[in-house]
Design a protein around this ligand. Sequence first.
Ligand code: ZN
Length: 213
Amino acid sequence: MSISIMESQICGRPLSECLRRIEEFHGFKAPGLVLGLFMVDLAQEKIGADVEADAIVETRYCLPDAIQVFTPCTIGNGWMKILDWDKFALSLYDRRKRHGCRVWFDLEKAKQFPNLYKWYMRLIPKKELPLDILLNIILSAGRSVLSWDAIYVTQYYQREKKGKTVICPICNEAYAADQGNNCSSCQGNGYYKLITNQKKTCSSIVFGNGKRK
Ligand SMILES: [Zn+2]
């Protein structure tokens, strides 16, 4: 990529810095996340930089990370909702007025970039389309493969409030009361079993070296 593209401003900072942030947060420059960067940038521009925006994302893959890296909305603070629809689209909207902008990856437009289209539709094996080539296509394409609409949000805009918390009589840990008289784990829905003969101090258990293979 040319230096001028890498220094172009996106989401309020140089593209090179955005890519670095993506790599730090996600582990590598995921193509979907780079595409998501352009989507967030477009949505932010359309709603205006000074709007306090909440986000709705229509896939669990990649796009939630683009929101978390380039907006103040995260899963943890509840300002982002994730819909498990596997649609490559996101909306940013004014949390009070509920007016916003929905941006999506437009497959019709993506046909100008056949390999990008094939990648998204999973029509090309990974080994035939190396990551750096795909990334260059996405950086060249930028907004030209996106579409957007002005929207008014009618659902999913409510901030979820925490319900009542009680203590489980079996494990003595606090949990959300709506699970019943015992916590979900003690009702048999747990996801783990205890490893015996382990010292119960946190520092004595080392889980690998912290790196993924
Ligand atoms: Zn319990």
